[in-house]
Design a binder for this molecule. Structure first.
Ligand SMILES: Nc1nc2c(ncn2[C@@H]2O[C@H](COP(=O)(O)OP(=O)(O)OP(=O)(O)O)[C@@H](O)[C@H]2O)c(=O)[nH]1
Length: 434
């Protein structure tokens, strides 16, 4: 049996986000086809990518996905059942899917990360040629995990389930965001361009993952103008001035007045942000620029390992510590429950004279006996410094636990047998106590 190659780097997860209609799905199809081609060229060293579709509302996807949200959540049913509109339906579908994140991560890790060799059983008789074949041909793993996200970008990026999915992915794999931009539409005027850039910043800030700006549809309009606006703020300001002049001439377009000065200052502020981004021009339609995109992905993988890795490690440690605390709490609770049940069986310290518990007090037979006993008690109290009886405190605590246990039994019975049963069981408990 061929094992996986432990020396192979873990695959990088590429998450495609972008405004509706920017070309995410077409781009996914293109990069998926590119990686499949690479696999066909050298099937022994590269595996096809692992593909996930997280868009529950898409009718059909033009690529085969290994995990598809539509297999586990029916978007239309969700809308009907919860009486939701399209965005609420997508959000709820993502929420439902994110409850299965452990299973999804389990599958991804199994399929995409090197697995430990199987435990040694009886060594089978193999020829030297077979042995050589086994050691020299480890199973290649996917080099990329590709994710398509819903067109309603905010539903994915700004929802709790989106954050859960992203952070789970980033805690196991180097993760890179590909922000797809519709180049012809974005460069139509400076305000659309600036709005799109601000959106990209907000996503970068929210997810804290490395990002590649993918200027798509370069077969219609090249990315040069957009890149120039990013790299040279004077060029952007010149374009802005031109739009203002056009607007004065009654042509519409860009913003004058406060809008112009806002865009002007923005272009200066954003310089630093632009420097942190990788930019590529791509045509998802004809495949132009896909090679450059994968080079940028490799650059961002290195950045992830360098800058985001340590932060993730810290967060993972924090989560592990919290889990440990919860486990300890559970263990303590269980120990207390066990103590309660041992008392019920008559083995605890309050189990009566026969059970080795606290000896029963003798009843006074005469008034003088009672006086003598109360004097004795007072003396005892003084000897103990007048402190509260510790047993009394413990009994209160025990009573609380018994109450809790009873409530849990009742809840379990209620769940099993419905509301009528819970009334009966409550009566039974009352009677058995009385
Ligand atoms: N000319 C050209 N058209 C493109 C390119 N990429 C995508 N398109 C077109 O843009 C439109 C939207 O593409 P999709 O891939 O569906 O975009 P999307 O972002 O997945 O859309 P949603 O799922 O609605 O968010 C389609 O008509 C595509 O054919 C490209 O590189 N060049």
């Amino acid at each position: 049996m061929a094992t996986t190659n432990p020396a192979q780097k873990p695959p990088v997860a590429v998450i495609c986000v972008g405004m509706a209609g920017s070309g995410k799905t077409t781009f996914m199809q293109r990069i998926n086809a590119h990686l499949h081609e690479k696999h066909q060229q050298s099937p022994t060293t590269t595996a096809p990518p692992y593909v996930l579709n997280l868009d529950p509302a898409v009718r059909s996807v033009p690529f085969d996905s290994n995990i598809d949200i539509r297999d586990s959540v029916n978007y239309k049913e969700v809308m009907k059942q919860y009486n939701l509109g399209p965005n609420g339906g997508i959000l709820t579908s993502l929420n439902l899917f994110s409850t299965k994140i452990d299973q999804v991560m389990g599958i991804l890790e199994k399929r995409c990360l090197p697995q430990p060799p199987p435990p040694q059983t009886q060594p089978e008789a193999t020829t030297p040629q077979q042995q050589q074949h086994q050691t020299t041909l480890p199973k290649p793993l996917p080099t990329h995990i590709l994710l398509d996200t819903p067109g309603q970008i905010e539903v994915f990026v700004w929802s709790a389930s989106g954050s859960i999915l992203l952070s789970a992915l980033a805690s196991s794999f180097p993760t890179v965001l590909a922000y797809i931009i519709d180049t012809p539409r974005t460069t139509a005027n400076t305000s659309t361009f600036m709005s799109n850039m601000l959106y990209a910043i907000s996503i970068l800030y929210k997810t804290r993952l490395p990002m590649i700006l993918v200027f798509n549809k370069t077969d219609v309009k090249g990315e040069e103008e957009a890149v120039e606006w990013m790299r040279d703020f004077e060029a952007f300001q010149a374009a802005l001035r031109k739009e203002e002049e056009d607007a004065m001439g009654g042509e519409g377009g860009g913003g004058g007045g406060y809008m112009g000065s806002l865009l002007n200052s923005m272009s200066l502020v954003l310089e630093e942000f632009y420097n942190a981004l990788s930019v590529v021009g791509v045509s998802a339609m004809n495949g132009e620029g896909v090679g450059e995109f994968f080079e940028a992905v490799e650059g961002k993988r290195a950045e992830f390992e360098r800058e985001y890795g340590p932060e993730l490690e810290r967060r993972r440690g924090e989560a592990e510590r919290q889990k440990e605390e919860v486990r300890e709490l559970e263990a303590r609770r269980m120990m207390r429950d066990m103590r309660v049940s041992s008392k019920a069986k008559g083995t605890g310290k309050y189990a009566g004279a026969g059970g080795g518990g606290r000896p029963k007090r003798e009843e006074p037979e005469t008034v003088s006996d009672a006086e003598a006993m109360s004097e004795e008690e007072e003396e005892q109290g003084e000897e103990e410094g007048g402190l509260e009886d510790p047993d009394e405190e413990e009994m209160d605590e025990d009573a609380m636990f018994e109450e809790g246990l009873k409530a849990r039994y009742e809840a379990a019975l209620r769940e099993q047998q419905g509301p009528a049963a819970s009334v009966k069981s409550a009566e039974y408990i009352r009677k058995s106590q009385g």
